[in-house]
Design a protein around this ligand. Structure first.
Ligand code: DU
Ligand code: SF4
Length: 232
């Protein structure tokens, strides 16, 4: 299979009843500021080239952000913060992301998330995380020939990505590595292929960026290290 084929199948997924309801409810009721938008209201596929060297793993689409625009981190404050940093490092061709046809292109980076549908209160259940994991594992397996590093935004993504990485062919140690901002670990490939360097980073949510827990410089530092580890 191809990544494009995977994305095409993903957008028809209805495996999580609570999330299907929530994503479609948000698309029907809308936020006042986006009343004239035709919301996406479906699973949001990963964004970025199929031969990416760096993966960026978030949490889940925001109800009025990616669930509206149909592209990861596009149209919300989290994305404003993330894409500005990617642009600063030359990993994106423009600093802003507003809609799916805004001309944004990523260089060597694929952005995805462990849960592909917008959850209530930005909080998927463990069951929803497990139900969505095969999509992440398949995506990582398809990226594996070129993938050399991954930045995981927050503890939820960190816990979700470990079993997916194991299913995609990297050796994940037991006990599982613990999330921390600044964590850096190397996972050997289970079959002698290229290892993957994994980086932990606080999530780019407003909770962290408005309070200064995660600053632009802190995010740039992690992204730069991941790009360097991947030879970008
Ligand atoms: O507050 P906000 O910028 O609308 O983001 C809501 C929430 O969802 C925050 O925790 C970031 C997360 N998120 C994500 O993980 N992936 C996305 O594409 C968009 C938002
Ligand atoms: Fe399907 Fe994942 Fe959405 Fe659940 S969260 S409905 S598994 S795409």
């Amino acid at each position: 299979g191809t990544l494009a084929g995977l994305d095409e199948r993903l957008i028809h997924c209805r495996a999580c009843p609570r999330l299907v309801e929530w994503r479609e409810e948000a698309a029907r009721t809308k936020r006042r500021a986006f009343a004239d938008w035709d919301y996406w209201g479906r699973p949001v596929p990963g964004f970025g080239p199929p031969d990416a060297a760096v993966a960026l793993v978030g949490l889940a689409p925001a109800a009025h952000g990616a669930n509206r625009t149909g592209r990861m981190f596009t149209g919300d404050r989290s994305g404003d913060f993330l894409y500005a940093a990617l642009y600063d490092l030359g990993l994106a061709n423009q600093p802003t992301a507003t809609h799916r046809d805004d001309g944004l292109e990523l260089r060597g980076v694929r952005i995805t998330s462990p849960v592909h549908c917008a959850p209530p209160a930005n909080r998927p259940t463990p069951e929803e995380r497990d139900t969505c994991r095969p999509w992440l594992a398949r995506e990582l397996r398809l990226l594996r020939p070129t993938l050399r590093s991954a930045v995981v935004l927050g503890a939820f993504g960190w816990q979700a990505v470990m079993p997916a990485l194991a299913e995609a062919g990297w050796a994940v140690s037991r006990p599982r590595p613990v999330f921390a901002h600044g964590a850096r670990i190397t996972l050997p490939a289970a079959d002698g292929g290229a290892p993957l360097t994994l980086f932990g980073c606080y999530h780019v949510s407003q909770q962290n960026t408005f309070t200064g827990r995660l600053t632009p410089a802190m995010l740039r530092e992690v992204l730069a290290a991941a790009a360097e580890a991947a030879g970008l």
